[in-house]
Design a protein around this ligand. Structure first.
Ligand code: UT7
Length: 315
């Protein structure tokens, strides 16, 4: 398969570190030094499905396709206001899709997990065109009193349209279940029969352990895929890493020994937008004209699960 269109959409409201320090015991200096984040887009009056639909429409327009040309739609999302139907159906209705559609919740590597599913559908001969939308609002998961967590996130949506082709050179999914590193849970509707203890907690994260997992698995995943494809690190033109934290991205870049210009980032102005971060970055670079035919793009992402994934794709 190959990418023929990209799109993205961000909430209007931008929140700076100084804005946060008005109600949190934090500072621009702490956040920038530890994370590289200076501001983030945060949902205020928008709905995450509207951002997803806008990103999808832009990706379809970029691909020169209509909604009716899409055979399969995968929506990656961790949290939204909707329990059922899935966010795919809610975005699908707005965009005018009538093909089969599914939701996945694979946290931050969701875009690469979705690409792996799409690739399998292409290889099975079941589809001609696939739409992936990653629409996320992680700012609604964190406690805004938890300074170690809420400062990290931003909201947004990214989308890509795929068609037949042999541009996907290799893809790898990895799971190391460890559910106490990043988690959140909530109480469901009460019933007259519930006797078990239940509680509701906002996003909890063991930051340092996640940091170590992210850097080590990303370097390992990328090296494995390069070895599998016979490509060298020098053959790769762009490394699109999940924008979790600038120090994580830097750790991966220096671990691989790649020059800075091959590691584009938008973390400074976007924060961590979970699975939307890779397709938003992809769209921004595409619209800047940074990709030329034949360029090798390496994707790598990691997050709750713990899950990680990587892919090597020719533009
Ligand atoms: O998609 C994957 C998602 N996960 C991530 O991206 C998280 C990866 N981990 C990280 O990015 C880092 O671990 C953090 C940025 C979350 C934290 O950085 P750290 O260097 O590991 O700091 P720490 O948690 O060890 O905290 C150091 C100190 C603590 O104070 P004490 O105990 O030393 O007095 C914290 O309370 O910094 C304090 N602190 C803050 N201070 C000012 C934590 N958050 C803040 C804050 N402002 N926002």
């Amino acid at each position: 398969m190959k990418i023929i269109g990209t799109g993205s959409a961000l909430p209007r409201k931008q929140v700076t570190n100084d804005d946060l320090s008005k109600f949190l015991d934090t500072s621009d200096e702490w956040i920038v030094t530890r994370t590289g984040i200076r501001s983030r887009h945060v949902i205020s009056d928008e709905k995450v499905e509207d951002l997803g639909a806008e990103a999808a429409r832009k990706a379809l327009a970029d691909a020169g396709l209509q909604a009716s040309d899409i055979d399969f739609f995968i929506c990656s999302n961790v949290i939204s206001e909707h329990i059922t139907p899935g966010l795919s159906c809610i975005i699908g209705q707005q965009v005018g899709l009538t093909c089969p559609m599914i939701d996945i919740n694979c946290a931050c590597p969701g875009f690469i997990y979705a690409m792996d599913i799409a690739q399998t559908y292409f290889e099975a001969g079941k589809v001609n065109n696939v739409l992936i939308v990653c629409a996320e609002e992680p700012t609604r998961m964190t406690s805004w009193e938890d300074r170690a967590t809420c400062v990290l996130f931003g909201d947004g949506a990214g989308a890509a349209v795929f068609t037949k082709g042999d541009n996907m050179k290799a893809i790898k999914l990895n799971a190391e279940p460890s559910i106490d590193k990043i988690y959140e849970h909530r109480i469901l509707e009460p019933t007259p029969f519930i006797t078990k203890e239940e509680d509701s907690v906002p996003l909890q994260m063991k930051g340092r352990e996640v940091f170590r997992f992210a850097v080590s698995t990303s370097i390992r995943d990328i090296n494995e895929l390069l070895a599998k494809t016979g490509l060298t690190i020098e053959d790769a033109d762009h490394f699109l890493i999940h924008q979790a934290n600038m120090r994580i991205v830097e750790g991966i870049r220096s671990g691989l020994g790649v020059p800075e210009e091959k590691f584009p980032t938008n973390i400074a102005t976007h924060g961590n937008s979970s699975s939307a971060s890779c397709p938003i970055l992809l769209d921004e670079l595409n619209r800047e004209g940074r990709f030329k035919k034949g360029d090798i793009i390496v994707f790598s992402a990691f997050g709750a699960g713990l899950l990680s994934a990587a892919a090597i794709m020719e533009w």
